[in-house]
Design a protein. Structure first.
Length: 94
């Protein structure tokens, strides 16, 4: 775990924005406490809630409101879902 923390801290110095992919079915349980603790306060964080097509829509939208709608994106990236919106991640980061 210490090696992972060091590597994350090293990489965070090289990036302008962090994209954290969480499971939309468990948006708060699937967040990374290690990432949260190492993330500088001025570093933009975009949260992608993946597998949104499998999650309860009302709870997903509630999670977006709690996390922050300006930095949260509901996605269905791959899998059996036909409506993948992976391409919308990049404009959200800009």
């Amino acid at each position: 775990m210490l090696t992972a923390a060091r590597e994350i801290a090293r990489v965070l110095k090289l990036v302008d924005v962090v994209v954290e992919v969480r499971d939309a079915r468990i948006p708060f349980s699937s967040s990374s406490p290690l990432l949260q603790s190492l993330l500088p306060h001025n570093m933009p964080l975009v949260v992608v809630l993946n597998k949104a097509d499998l999650a309860n829509a009302n709870l997903s939208h509630r999670a977006v409101q709690m996390i922050g709608p300006e930095r949260t994106l509901l996605a269905s990236c791959g899998g059996k879902s036909k409506g993948s919106n992976v391409a919308s991640v990049i404009p959200t980061c800009l």
